[in-house]
Design a protein around this ligand. Structure first.
Ligand SMILES: NC(=O)c1ccc[n+]([C@@H]2O[C@H](COP(=O)([O-])OP(=O)(O)OC[C@H]3O[C@@H](n4cnc5c(N)ncnc54)[C@H](OP(=O)(O)O)[C@@H]3O)[C@@H](O)[C@H]2O)c1
Length: 246
């Protein structure tokens, strides 16, 4: 498969390294103008699947341009969820296949399921409260992380008490129905997410810690293989389902 990369930063470089090392696919990097993000569409012509790891400011323009060229797309960029209805429309009208995910690493996707299951179990006991924390490198442009939002969604969907997500600083007591999920930015951490179920007697912590960007990049390549030749909108959950995990 010919893979074309939009974005040649931390993630683009890691995907390029893995694809070249495996020799299973070919990979090229698409030129983009700074800061407009205007794409060199000539570079898209031979691509079978485009993988986007850019930034929230330009990702919608990327999706429109790639769809106009009729190419299937993996969107790893986060921080654009409010545009999902528009993306659904673009995918429907252009007839392309598009897959997106807040976190493409297998470990994080198992972490989401572990958090959902633990939330259900702890919900049966009123003594346990729950909160979350995420840490990312100083260069990350969106906050809270897409992974934190997805983790919070798993808690809100499965908790008997938590109904609202609060991500900012609190100058007051947290309300029982609020899930507080805090973000810290600094250093070089590629991604740490932690959920704590806390009670007067004990605490249970579930965390996902990325050692580097390899897991995200491997997942992006799996997503590219999945979306090749398909039409419609998919998420990384569809890749997990294809591997027998609900
Ligand atoms: N889904 C997942 O599993 C996952 C995992 C990790 C990261 N992410 C997300 O992926 C995205 C990229 O992460 P990253 O760490 O690779 O970021 P990065 O190192 O900053 O790389 C971003 C790339 O996009 C280019 N770019 C961004 N804005 C641009 C603009 N306005 N004009 C032209 N080029 C532009 C950058 O070019 P320059 O370097 O020239 O600016 C760079 O090549 C982020 O949204 C991050 O949250 C998702």
């Amino acid at each position: 498969m010919n893979i074309a990369l939009l974005g040649h930063g931390n993630m683009g470089l890691e995907i390029e390294r893995l694809v070249r090392a495996s020799g299973t696919h070919t990979v090229s990097v698409i030129g983009m103008e700074e800061p407009s993000g205007a794409i060199d569409t000539a570079g898209l012509k031979n691509a079978e699947v485009v993988i986007d790891f850019t930034s929230p400011e330009i990702v919608m323009n990327d999706i429109r341009t790639v769809a106009k060229e009729g190419k299937n797309l993996v969107v790893g960029t986060t921080g654009w969820q409010e545009h999902l209805p528009e993306v659904e429309k673009i995918v429907r009208e252009s007839g392309i296949g598009l897959i997106y995910g807040q976190n493409f690493s297998i470990g994080a996707n198992i972490f989401f399921r572990a958090v959902a299951h633990a939330t259900k179990l702890f919900s049966a006991f009123k003594d346990y409260d729950v909160y979350g924390l995420e840490i990312h490198h100083a260069g990350k442009k969106d906050s809270p992380s897409g992974t934190a939002l997805r983790t919070a969604q798993e808690i809100l969907q499965n908790s008997s008490t938590k109904k609202i997500l609060t991500t900012g600083k609190l100058d007051r007591k947290v309300r029982p129905e609020e899930l507080h999920f805090a973000s810290v930015r600094g250093g070089v951490n590629p991604g740490f997410h932690e959920v704590v179920f806390d009670s007067p007697a004990d605490a249970v912590t579930i965390s996902h810690s990325a050692h580097n960007r390899e897991g995200f990049a491997q997942g992006a390549i799996l997503a590219a293989e999945f979306i090749q030749g398909k039409k419609g909108l998919f998420t990384f959950d569809d890749v997990m389902k294809a591997h027998g995990i609900k």
